[in-house]
Design a protein around this ligand. Structure first.
Ligand SMILES: NC(=O)C1=CN([C@@H]2O[C@H](COP(=O)(O)OP(=O)(O)OC[C@H]3O[C@@H](n4cnc5c(N)ncnc54)[C@H](OP(=O)(O)O)[C@@H]3O)[C@@H](O)[C@H]2O)C=CC1
Ligand SMILES: O=C(O)C1=N[C@H](C(=O)O)C[C@H](O)C1
Length: 266
């Protein structure tokens, strides 16, 4: 059994993570964490995620959760940094699902979590991680002959764009084709853009309603195009992937890992 604690447990992902942890056969929930000002402080984690009373606390004191082996964090950039520091100081592993980090912020996280095992994954679903693998194969086969565009759509509440998953898709493709993503990425188009520059990788974003998460990579040539799409239809897919990452982390060495490590896709 891996003992887990859920950080930001009142959020959209937080509540799914509580439910997944309470129902998962390889995971035991120690409790959930909310900020001090939260009205959820003191409620029962089972009640919070709709499973009824489980005798498992929601607290705003991280020290109440020290029995956990692994902390799971789907919160926000600044709180994730603070949580990684706390985990490092207290020798706890952490799964980070939060997105929107700049390259510098990722380096900062690596420094803050330098003594512990960490999984950093912009998308914990199995399907998306297989999609990353398919992008590698496709890029090798036809990447240099194709116009490559990445599309993503999410709910109206999402704060970062393009999504962490879209950015990782771009990174996987750029790495495979030996391109520098910082130089070839084009984020949205407007006005007289002129003809498409070869070797660029375009990103397009939609924010609307309650879309949980959709990603498509286009590999387009004259006469045909290949589209590789993933659609999440429930946040539980991310939550279950995070439980898998937590169980894997319990026996992992110190270092930064991703879902490809967890799923054996490297
Ligand atoms: N890796 C993956 O597979 C996925 C990643 N995500 C990412 O996860 C993150 C969260 O998404 P989502 O659940 O939709 O967002 P929400 O806004 O619903 O949830 C975020 C939660 O974090 C809490 N939080 C923020 N700051 C703190 C803090 N300082 N201390 C304690 N709690 C804090 C918020 O609390 P409060 O309400 O009090 O502010 C809130 O409950 C985003 O970055 C998103 O992109 C989302 C889905 C899948
Ligand atoms: O904010 C979300 O909801 C999601 N964020 C992740 C991302 O930024 O890639 C993953 C998922 O698509 C849902």
């Amino acid at each position: 059994m891996t003992k887990v604690a859920i950080l930001g447990c009142g959020g959209r992902m937080g509540r799914n993570l509580l439910q997944a942890a309470l129902e998962h056969e390889k995971v035991e929930l120690v409790g959930g964490y909310v900020r001090q000002s939260s009205s959820l402080n003191g409620v029962d984690a089972g009640e919070l995620c709709g499973l009824g009373l489980k005798g498992c606390p929601v607290t705003s004191e991280l020290n109440d959760l020290v029995a956990a082996d692994v902390f799971i964090d789907f919160t926000s950039i600044e709180s994730t940094k603070a949580h990684v520091k706390w985990c490092n100081d207290n020798n706890k592993a952490i799964v980070i699902g939060t997105t929107g980090f700049s390259d510098n912020e990722v380096s900062e996280l690596q420094q803050l979590g330098k003594d512990i095992p960490v999984v950093l994954a912009p998308n914990t679903s199995v399907g998306v991680n297989l999609l990353f693998k398919l992008l590698e194969i496709t890029s090798k086969a036809i990447g240099n002959d194709s116009d490559i565009e990445i599309f993503e759509a999410h709910h109206r509440f999402k704060k970062d764009a393009p999504s962490g998953t879209a950015m990782k898709m771009g990174q996987v493709i750029a790495d495979t084709l030996n391109r520098d993503l910082n130089k070839v990425a084009v984020y949205g188009r407007e006005g007289i853009t002129e003809e498409r520059a070869k070797d660029t990788i375009g990103f397009a974003t939609v924010r609307a309603g309650d879309i949980i998460g959709e990603h498509t990579a286009f590999f387009a040539d004259l006469g045909e195009r290949l589209e590789i799409t993933h659609k999440a239809t429930s946040r539980m897919t991310f939550a279950l992937g995070a439980m898998r990452a937590a169980a894997w982390l319990k026996n992992a060495p110190i270092g930064f890992f991703d879902m490809q490590d967890v799923l054996g896709l490297k």
